[in-house]
Write a protein that binds this ligand. Structure first.
Ligand code: PGA
Length: 268
């Protein structure tokens, strides 16, 4: 597991609000990524808001990949306002964030809806980045047990009907909602994040077998910065990060990529 490439997913959310801003950010980030030492064991996925997907892909990706922040499960038809998999693929998207807590909270997305999105993304041969995480920071053992139950249920319902073959294309993210910077949170401890990452793997292993689960990247998300990213990735159960706020601060984000690349080279 330790030899695997680290994966950094930049979730620009709705922080980027103009074409110019999207283009400038993509350019700086891609330039920084391309300047990493060759063969850096680090994959990068940029997830701009929908209107800027083409903009970002046409600035040149230099090995970085394109992701979307959401998708609709139906193929085409009378679905006003929705963005389908065909549209995303046409824009060059390879990854799609599914089940982000901000969509669960503000748009009322349920585990069942999220499951439809996961299945649709897999059916279109994309990588769903499934987000799970408890809402409140657990205080004491009883609440901790409850938090484990919450992520377990989100995981099991989110992946319902996913075949062992398709499982290999799933990216999992543990993102405790209370740790997200935009909601005023501060980062989880690497110890707890690692513990939950291992728990998610055990839940999946019980169903799919240890070998199938070994290959799945598990990311941590929630107030990841250039300063704390290494501490999270030092735990071998955590294979990367989903980054919100810090991913739109170009200079800091490039520093983060460099820190991750340096750390994972020295881990090899
Ligand atoms: P944050 O957001 O890095 O700003 O905490 C992460 C996310 O919600 O994807």
């Amino acid at each position: 597991m330790s030899m695997r490439k680290k994966l950094i997913v930049a979730n620009w959310k709705a922080y980027v609000t103009s074409r110019r801003q999207a283009e400038a950010l993509a350019r700086s980030v891609v330039r920084g990524y391309a300047a990493l030492p060759p063969k850096s064991p680090l994959a990068l996925v940029l997830c701009p808001p929908f209107p800027y997907l083409f903009q970002v892909s046409s600035t040149g990706m230099d090995g970085a990949q394109l992701g979307a922040q959401d998708v609709f499960w139906e193929g085409e038809g009378p679905y006003t306002g929705e963005v389908t998999l065909a549209m995303l693929k046409d824009a060059g998207v390879t990854h799609v964030i599914v089940g982000h807590s901000e969509r669960r909270r503000y748009l009322g997305e349920s585990d069942e809806m999220i499951n439809r999105k996961v299945l649709a993304a897999l059916g279109a041969k994309l990588h769903p980045i499934l987000c799970v995480g408890e809402w409140e920071e657990p205080q004491g053992e009883e609440e901790e047990r409850k938090a484990f139950r919450v992520v377990r249920e989100q995981l099991e319902t989110g992946l319902k009907g996913v075949t062992p073959q398709d499982l290999g294309r799933v990216v999992l993210t543990y993102e405790p909602v209370w740790a997200i910077s935009g909601g005023g949170g501060s980062a989880d401890t690497p110890e707890n994040a690692g513990q939950v990452a291992r728990y998610l793997r055990r839940v999946l292993a019980a169903r799919y077998g240890a070998d199938a689960v070994e290959k799945i990247p598990v990311l941590y998300g929630g107030s990841v910065t250039a300063a704390n990213v290494e501490a999270f990735l030092r735990d071998r159960a955590i294979n990367g990060a989903l980054v919100g706020g810090a991913s739109v601060r170009a200079e800091e984000f490039v520093r983060m990529l460099k820190n991750v690349a340096d750390a994972s080279r020295s881990q090899r």
